[in-house]
Design a binder for this molecule. Structure first.
Ligand SMILES: Cc1cc2nc3c(=O)[nH]c(=O)nc-3n(C[C@H](O)[C@H](O)[C@H](O)COP(=O)(O)O)c2cc1C
Length: 133
């Protein structure tokens, strides 16, 4: 039987003492680790703020979220929504897709949302993002 899927979306800010170039390391590590744990998703960064969507088996998503939230490269970690996935994965092809958001208003606006609209809004942004799957 298939494992039930779970998803989580959060917002955070690049830490004051972290440099934006750390994102390349984060993506490299994420792609290697996530592929091992059945996690897929998307990380969006605008130079100052992160928004990340992760999906996979519930235990793996929760464990990863516990790890990410204490990472000193970012702060003000705030979960916008988490829960069981109804339907399939949104990012089944991406161990961690990466997108640079060039509009500085988008992620702050997304960070104000709570619940499922945070996920659907992120999904709606995809065509306008500078994607690097
Ligand atoms: C914004 C942000 C997003 C991250 N996303 C992931 C992720 O999707 N997967 C992952 O394994 N680590 C992610 N990390 C890194 C983890 O916090 C942690 O450093 C890493 O999982 C440790 O991996 P290692 O034990 O292989 O060194 C992220 C960190 C930050 C700051």
């Amino acid at each position: 039987m298939d494992v039930p899927l779970y998803h989580l979306i959060y917002s955070s800010l690049l830490a004051d003492d972290a440099h934006p170039t750390c994102v390349a390391d984060i993506i490299r590590t994420s792609r290697a680790n996530n592929a091992l744990h059945g996690i897929t998703g998307l990380l969006v960064f605008d130079g100052g703020r992160f928004c990340q969507y992760i999906e996979g088996p519930e235990e793996a998503v929760r464990r990863l979220s516990d790890t990410i939230c204490v990472d000193s490269r970012h702060e003000q970690f705030m979960v916008l929504h988490e829960g069981a996935i109804e339907g399939g994965r949104l990012f089944s092809e991406w161990a961690m897709g990466y997108a640079l958001s060039l509009d500085e208003g988008i992620l702050p606006g997304l960070a104000l949302l709570r619940g499922a609209p945070a996920v659907s809004t992120l999904q709606g942004l995809i065509p306008s993002l500078d994607m690097e799957p």
